[in-house]
Design a protein around this ligand. Structure first.
Ligand code: UDP
Length: 237
């Protein structure tokens, strides 16, 4: 198998770290994700990963229940750090070298995010797990993923989800929903297609960074996407 990309940025949602009830951290699940990433690293691809935190807390939901939004968002970013540490452990058990870099300083557990250092780690073949999103409340890890992808010069942003691409309506609610093979940034935002945060899409549009939305729940899919197989939906110009 031959990789279609030299450097990628993978966004892994908190959901894909969770057990069957959608909450918390499932070690077997994370081990599966780590193995998928290890298979890509074995092809010589440089991999950055951004972990979500929605399996533990989502700021917007917690604030709807009465928690201060800013505090809830910081908690969400810290949840992303916990997921990053779990993924780091699982990757190292697959013999993959890793570094966790956090957008919120937390030196005892992760390196601070320093772009040049991140680039060096990637060049050396280490998987860099970017934790704590953008480091700012009122954002999501999708935006963090777009930001880091551009900073490190990734050729593509791979958004792993539990559906196999972008649909014209929610496929979990509407069985007749149609999947797009390709969709433009503009269509995505104008039609409010969900799956991914609008500000992340706009950032990618501005810098012409292609996004592939694909089903990360199917074993082998990540490798297929990295090898250029057309599964999922490409969001581009
Ligand atoms: N978050 C934030 N700023 C960021 C990234 C994340 O405030 O730059 C908070 C926000 O509350 C978000 C939570 O962290 O709901 C978890 O991230 P996200 O919802 O993106 O996780 P995912 O849905 O990918 O699991």
């Amino acid at each position: 198998m031959k990789a279609a990309y030299r450097r990628i940025l993978l966004k892994v949602s908190g959901q894909s770290m969770a057990g069957p009830d959608g909450f918390g951290i499932s070690t077997p699940r994370i081990r599966g994700t780590a193995q998928e990433i290890a298979d890509v690293v074995a092809l010589g691809v440089e991999v950055g990963v951004v972990c979500g935190g929605g399996n533990i807390i989502r700021g917007i939901n917690a604030s709807a229940e009465g928690l201060d939004r800013t505090a809830a968002d910081y908690m969400g970013m810290l949840a992303g750090v916990m997921n990053a540490l779990a993924l780091q452990d699982a990757l190292e058990k697959c013999d993959v070298n890793t570094r966790v870099m956090s957008a919120i300083e937390i030196k005892q557990v992760a390196e601070p995010h320093i772009r040049r250092r991140a680039m060096r780690h990637l060049e050396k073949g280490r998987v860099v797990i970017f934790a704590a999103g953008t480091g700012n409340p009122f954002f999501t890890t999708d935006t963090g993923a777009a930001l880091r992808a551009m900073e490190v010069g990734a050729e593509v942003l791979l958004k792993g989800t539990r559906v196999d691409g972008v649909y014209d309506s929610d496929p979990e609610k509407f069985p007749a929903a149609q999947r797009y093979d390709r969709v433009t940034y503009r269509e995505f935002v104008n039609r409010n297609l969900g799956v991914m945060d609008g500000s992340a899409i706009l950032l990618c549009q501005e810098h012409d960074l292609p996004i592939v939305v694909f089903n990360m729940e199917v074993p082998g899919n990540l490798l297929k996407v990295v090898c250029g197989e057309s599964i999922g939906t490409v969001v581009g110009a």
